[in-house]
Design a protein around this ligand. Structure first.
Ligand SMILES: Cc1cc2nc3c(=O)[nH]c(=O)nc-3n(C[C@H](O)[C@H](O)[C@H](O)COP(=O)(O)OP(=O)(O)OC[C@H]3O[C@@H](n4cnc5c(N)ncnc54)[C@H](O)[C@@H]3O)c2cc1C
Length: 428
């Protein structure tokens, strides 16, 4: 029987270990004191573990290297994933946007079924509190992993613990590298695997925080903190090129903007980050310029003898009135009846094109995923095996593949983990 080491006990590592153990001996190594630390915080603690969409929507949601995912996805797609978890004793439900959650709404239950499958399997040895410090090769093939002595203090629930506590390396026939990316480093994803891959000549595509809020230069964001704008249109330009335009919900925060629209937009702007980026919010996307103008005229007639700052309450959220007025250039206390047509049209333009100054993405500690990673050109998409080192396999976020929110990133981890597990165990 082949012996396989799986490095990293996150979503990808756990499924890879469970799969490989069908026909091989597996050692699953995790540096934390428990499995699935990141999985625990997914979906706000509810774990949106996949998406029950059609295949084409899955591939559209994969924003980087979707073609690389064909074999992995078709060998273990979203339906098979749901089937796997339900058969393992986890009832699931489908919510808005086809997002799939455990019926219990507890991510701990997702981790629970995976842990049970791992602990019950005599072919899997689990090593917690154990940090891998490198991968070893003989000629052009993997032959083992080296362990970091200090971290290697505790083993969980398996036999012959005492002998192995002195180990500094583990010999094996194949390694599945599932160390994740760089986001939320407290969960253990500190990018160790990138260096292991580099040691054997792999290139790492520039890693950047993604699915992440934006920093904004304007100080008024702080005053607008907590204001959520529903059904606004968010438009992003690089020079004259429109790089994102969508309608939805946007949230002001103390540092800038967040919410579903912004998180989604962050997946599309990485290659423009070194260029000029301009952000516009259309605060009234349902109204054309003419329609908005006549709506404002109606409000102005209603508040004809009021000051300008008291005439916009029907149209805009209270907190937004001051920044809109400031941008319109119209005096706050000007009587509504004396506002000129030209001034009114300027107001219309401010509302249709409310401009914000982009000041960069938030850091990895606020990013749902890492964009970039091990170059897919150096991985065989049908097996997940390295093209540079025989016996080295990759799965999960460490690979340069990523997707939008909605359960798609975990599906990438399940699909690639499953395929790597099968191939690492079965390939001669
Ligand atoms: C706040 C948040 C919410 C999210 N919500 C969702 C969601 O609802 N749905 C969704 O699809 N995606 C979600 N994601 C993304 C998803 O969690 C990740 O894409 C996915 O967990 C990646 O799995 P992975 O196994 O590749 O990596 P990870 O889960 O990061 O696991 C890697 C593991 O490797 C271990 N490790 C690292 N280096 C070593 C080493 N040297 N030795 C031993 N062990 C090591 C780490 O400790 C870690 O446990 C969310 C992410 C975040 C941060």
């Amino acid at each position: 029987m082949k012996k396989i080491v799986v490095i990293g006990g996150g979503a990808a590592g756990m499924i890879a270990a469970i799969t490989a153990a069908d026909s091989a001996k597996v050692v699953l190594i995790e540096k934390n004191d428990r499995l699935g630390k990141k999985l625990f915080i997914t979906g706000k603690g509810r774990c949106n573990l996949t998406n029950a969409c059609e295949d084409s929507r899955f591939f559209n949601a994969v924003t980087t290297n979707s073609k690389f995912m064909y074999s992995a996805f078709y060998s273990f797609d979203n339906n098979m994933t749901m089937d796997f978890f339900e058969k393992a004793g986890l009832p699931l439900k489908v919510e808005r946007g086809d997002r799939v959650f455990p019926v219990s709404d507890h991510s701990s239950d997702v981790i629970g079924v995976l842990k049970t499958l791992i602990n019950r399997n005599p072919n899997i040895k689990l090593m917690l509190n154990t940090k891998v410090s490198g991968i070893m090769a003989e000629g052009n093939s993997v032959c083992g992993v080296s362990l970091d002595r200090e971290k290697r203090s505790k083993y969980e629930g398996k036999a012959d613990v005492r002998n192995e506590q002195e180990e500094t390396m583990i010999a094996c026939d194949a390694v599945i590298l599932c160390t994740g990316g760089l986001s939320y480093q407290l969960t253990g994803s500190t990018g160790d695997g990138y260096q292991f891959a580099k040691d054997f000549g792999h290139t790492i595509v520039n890693t950047q925080p993604s699915l992440v809020p934006f920093n904004i230069k304007e100080h008024f964001c702080k005053e607008l903190m907590g204001l959520s704008l529903k059904n606004v249109s968010f438009n992003i330009f690089s020079g004259k090129k429109k790089i994102f335009a969508e309608q939805g919900e946007l949230l002001f925060t103390h540092f800038g903007i967040s919410g579903p629209l912004v998180i989604k937009a962050s997946a599309y702007i990485h290659r423009y980050l070194d260029k000029d980026i301009t952000l516009y919010i259309d605060l009234k996307p349902a109204l054309s310029v003419e329609e908005l103008d006549s709506r404002i005229q109606k409000d102005f007639n209603k508040y004809i003898n009021k000051n300008f700052n008291n005439a916009l309450g029907d149209l805009l959220p209270q907190k937004l009135i001051t920044p809109v007025i400031e941008r319109s250039g119209i005096d706050l206390f000007k009587k509504v009846h004396s506002i000129s047509r030209e001034e009114r049209l300027r107001l219309v333009q401010v509302i249709k094109e409310f401009k914000l100054t982009f000041a960069g993405l938030r850091d990895f500690d606020k990013a749902i995923i890492t964009k970039g990673g091990v170059n897919v050109k150096e991985i065989n998409p049908s097996t997940m095996e390295s093209k540079l080192l025989s016996g080295l396999y990759f799965a999960g976020e460490i690979i340069d593949v990523d997707a939008l929110t909605g359960g798609f990133n975990l599906q990438i981890a399940w699909s690639t983990g499953r395929l790597a597990g099968i191939c690492a165990a079965e390939n001669p």
